[in-house]
Structure formats: C-alpha cells, structure tokens
Design a protein around this ligand. Structure first.
Ligand code: CA2
Length: 146
C-alpha cells in the first residue's frame, strides 16, 4: 500500500483565485489540489485533500489521521495559524509528521501574522512560495519519511 498524505486547507482558502489575487495568486484551490495530485503520482504517493472553514472539523481530521492510514499531514491553517491553541494542541497530540504551508510569506506581512501557534509543533514551515509552498511541503515530507 502506498504512502498516503493528508493535505488540510483551513478557513477561507476556498476563496483562492476568486478574491485578493494580488496577495494569494490566481490559482484556485482546485488548481492547487490537481497540481498536488500530479506531484504525488510522480513521487509514488497518494494525497487526500480537504478544505474546511471550521476549526473543529480540521481538529477531528488531525485526530483521525493516523487511524485513517495517513503517514503525514500538510496543513495550511489559514487565519487559525495566528489564533488557535486548540489546533496546535491537536497537531502536538498526534505522532505523525506535520508540515505547515502558507502561500504568502507570513513574516513579511502584518505583525499579527508573524506569530504561528503551530510552528513549534510541526517539522517545518514553508511560507511565501505561493501555490508551490504545497509542492515543496510534499517533497519535504516525503523526503522526511524515507
Ligand atoms: O498565506 C497563507 O497561506 C495564509 O495562511 C492565508 C490566510 C492568512 O490568514 C494567513 O495569514 C496566511 C488567509 C486565507 C484566506 O485566503 C483568501 C483567499 C482569497 C481571498 C480571501 C482570502
């Protein structure tokens, strides 16, 4: 059975490509997911993607990730990055490696985006490469697992 990676997109990321293209680019979430699928095939792994605007739904998926058969998780927590102790606790409660991905460079934006609650409990943060942040996160996670 091949390695399976769970990719979680947090609140408002369903709006990608439809609003604020100057900040987040023109690619839609569907475009990002399709590109991730292609890279996964190239790397010989499987990805499952999921977007939710609800903190609890994301936390439930994180809790279940290991029993659902995933080997690792990539998450863009969206605005929850800067607010959610609960999301951090969920990530820290699982044994799987987790990578934090951001489209924009959160450290070059407003000061309230400079702090990430999850950064201390993930194996790496990829920030600022646009849609490619997810691709780099997948490559890094697969390298980490092998
Ligand atoms: O750069 C990222 O990936 C972020 O996680 C995106 C979040 C933001 O709160 C973080 O600071 C950085 C925002 C996601 C909302 O995306 C939108 C896309 C289009 C239009 C409006 C929001």
């Amino acid at each position: 059975m091949s390695v399976r990676i769970l990719v979680l997109h947090g609140p408002n990321l369903n709006l990608l490509g439809k609003r604020e293209p100057e900040v987040y680019g023109r690619q839609t979430l569907a475009d990002i997911n399709t590109a991730l699928d292609s890279l996964a095939t190239e790397l010989g792994v499987e990805v499952e993607t999921m977007q939710s605007n609800h903190e609890g739904t994301l936390i439930d998926r994180i809790h279940a990730a290991e029993s659902d058969g995933f080997s690792g998780v990539i998450i863009n927590p969206g605005g929850l990055t800067h607010t959610s102790v609960a999301l951090r606790d969920a990530i820290s409660s699982i044994a799987l490696p987790v990578i934090e991905a951001h489209l924009s460079n959160i450290h070059a934006r407003e000061s309230f985006r400079h702090h990430s609650y999850v950064a201390g409990v993930v194996i790496a943060q990829v920030s600022g490469f646009g849609a490619m942040s997810y691709q780099l996160a997948l490559r890094g996670l697969i390298d980490h697992l092998s």
